[in-house]
Ligand binder design. Structure first.
Ligand SMILES: [Zn+2]
Length: 74
């Protein structure tokens, strides 16, 4: 189950998914870690999860709907 942060780490964004229990992956060297920052190259890590769970895809649905609407009307 995914949990949402509203009180931890002082983050006020309620739409930030708490990924602390998930394995993270360095975007640069592809190393797996549990930390936010890669221990070897200090790059930010991301959680390799299905896109539908990704906060970054939160508006993907709306983007696609908008695109469809534009294509239909245009
Ligand atoms: Zn790395």
């Amino acid at each position: 189950m995914l949990r949402y942060t509203d009180n931890s780490r002082g983050q006020s964004k309620s739409d930030v998914v708490d990924m602390r229990t998930y394995l993270r992956k360095c975007v640069k060297c592809n190393a797996y870690t549990l930390k936010d920052i890669c221990p070897s190259c200090k790059q930010k890590t991301e959680v390799p999860i299905p896109a539908r769970f990704s906060p970054q895809d939160r508006y993907g649905k709306y983007r696609r709907e908008l695109k469809l609407r534009i294509e239909k009307e245009g």
